[in-house]
Design a protein around this ligand. Structure first.
Ligand code: UD1
Ligand code: CA
Length: 441
């Protein structure tokens, strides 16, 4: 069914070099919580209308091959190559090839703004349609607008143009309303602009921002959609901004979790990825790092000093203690992994107790293969065991401390691989006597 609000295609600008990152890798592949910046933008756009297959065209240039290769996994994303980076307006011109006959809204965003939210873009798209606008620019008011394009408004507060920092006069530099770099365009109405943009500015570039002036002089309607959460506009140009974005992302996540009834004992030393879900009354102790996609139940205790590396599920009332590392592990409820354990590629049932220092040996460094092990409900593993994958321990198996388990174990068994304990009475005294005799010789 045709719906003007959801009839959207996106262009994501990602051809720039990112010089200030000082990196061998294209800027948009730098990661926050193990997800590249470009992936965060692509997914934000996909999630505006989760039931529609919103198509995105990514403009690639610097490091085009690696970026294209990374984006292969997104079925709604195609890439176009901007061979020379002649400016943001030129980047859209290159993408326009793919959009010739498209009737609807083109949403333009940058590949380096990982904090943008789907809900914000949705509201902006609705604003754009409701206003029957030809051009809508996202803006924000910043205390320190340095570096951004400034939004120039007319007396009646309609927008007249955007002036880049490098082209602005003193009066314009004092404007605190900035261009966030996100645009909605009524495509059929403005597409011809990209044939007409000029590069007579201080950088000799074709500016996408000139679309506003173009709209004005062609009797088109241009508006600014001003957002309150200025964090969302943060573009990553340097490692410091990358760290800043990660900090904001984690603080937002911790705030949400606390609102939902999760205790975060020490927000300063706790990092939790946005892709992690946690049930209420779970307590996260200090120095815990939770990365990737995870689902933790209610009434759990995690940390201090736990490291969850992704694809981890923990059932209700379970405990993951200090110096426990989990990766690709599914853990039932009322299960304890209290200290010094590594569980990777593991399925662990409910009411399981894992003793201190237990290791799931899941990786063969010669074949580079990873294998999975399974511990069924009620299993108890003594301290310092090694579970060598792939093995399966059936219900209620009891493994003695220090065992190296390499074969499956049947239900209700005790399993032990340690050698029998031997005792040599008075051995110490004999040794001392020998030593004394030597001394006398
Ligand atoms: C741009 C805006 C500025 C705005 C700011 C918001 C212009 C002229 N200026 O400035 O008004 O305040 O974003 O962050 O648009 N890119 C290409 N091809 C190019 C040039 C750039 O794909 O030829 C991409 C870059 O990779 C980047 C994005 O476009 O993702 C923005 O380019 P950048 O050079 O960072 O523009 P800013 O100077 O930040
Ligand atoms: Ca930028």
């Amino acid at each position: 069914m045709y719906n003007s609000k959801t009839n959207v295609k996106a262009i994501i600008l990602a051809a720039g070099k990112g010089t200030r990152m000082k990196s061998d890798m294209p800027k948009v592949l730098h990661e926050i919580f193990s997800k590249p910046l470009i992936a965060r933008v692509v997914e934000t756009i996909e999630n505006i209308y989760p039931d529609n297959d919103t198509k995105s065209i990514v403009v690639v240039g610097h490091g085009a091959d690696v970026v294209k290769d990374y984006l292969k996994k997104y079925k709604n994303v195609s890439c176009v190559l901007q061979k020379e980076q002649l400016g943001t307006g030129h980047a859209v011109f290159v993408a326009a090839e793919e959009l010739k006959d498209f009737c609807g809204t083109v949403l333009i965003a940058c590949g380096d703004t990982p904090l943008l939210k789907s809900a914000t873009l949705k509201k902006m798209l609705e604003y754009h349609i409701d206003k029957n606008a030809d051009v809508t620019v996202m803006s924000a008011v910043l205390d320190n607008p340095f570096g951004y394009g400034r939004v120039v408004r007319a007396q009646d507060s309609s927008i007249e143009g955007i002036v880049e920092q490098k082209d602005a006069n003193e009066e314009q530099k004092a404007i605190k309303e900035i261009n966030a770099g996100v645009y909605c365009l009524n495509w059929q109405s403005v597409k011809s602009a990209f044939l007409e943009l000029k590069n007579n500015n201080s950088q000799g570039e074709y500016y996408l921002t000139d679309i506003v002036e173009w709209a004005k002089s062609n009797n088109k309607k241009a508006f600014a959609y001003t957002i309150d959460n200025i964090n969302e506009t943060l573009g990553i140009n340097s490692r410091a901004q990358l760290a800043e974005a990660a900090r904001i992302m984690k603080e937002e996540k911790l705030g949400e979790l606390m609102d939902e009834g999760v205790t975060i004992v020490d927000p300063i030393t706790t990092s939790i990825s946005p892709e992690t879900k946690i049930g209420r009354d779970t307590i996260i102790y200090p120095n815990t790092y939770i990365n990737g996609t995870n689902k933790i139940g209610s009434h759990c205790k995690i940390g201090p000093f736990s490291h969850l590396r992704g694809d981890v599920e923990v059932g209700d009332y379970s405990k993951v203690g200090n110096f426990v590392e989990l990766k690709n592990a599914k853990i039932g409820s009322h299960t304890n992994l209290s200290h010094l354990t590594y569980a990777g590629d593991a399925t662990i049932g409910s009411n399981v107790n894992i003793g201190a220092g237990t290791i799931f040996a899941n990786y063969n460094s010669i074949t580079k293969e990873k294998k999975r092990s399974t511990l069924k409900d009620g299993v108890s593993i003594g301290s310092n065991c090694v579970i060598v994958a792939p093995v399966e321990l059936e219900e209620n198996v009891f493994a003695g401390a220090g065992s190296v388990i390499t074969k499956n174990v049947q239900k209700d068994s005790l399993v032990l691989t340690r050698s029998a304990q031997k005792e040599y009475p008075n051995w110490v005294i004999k040794q001392k006597n020998l030593l004394n005799k030597k001394g006398e010789e």
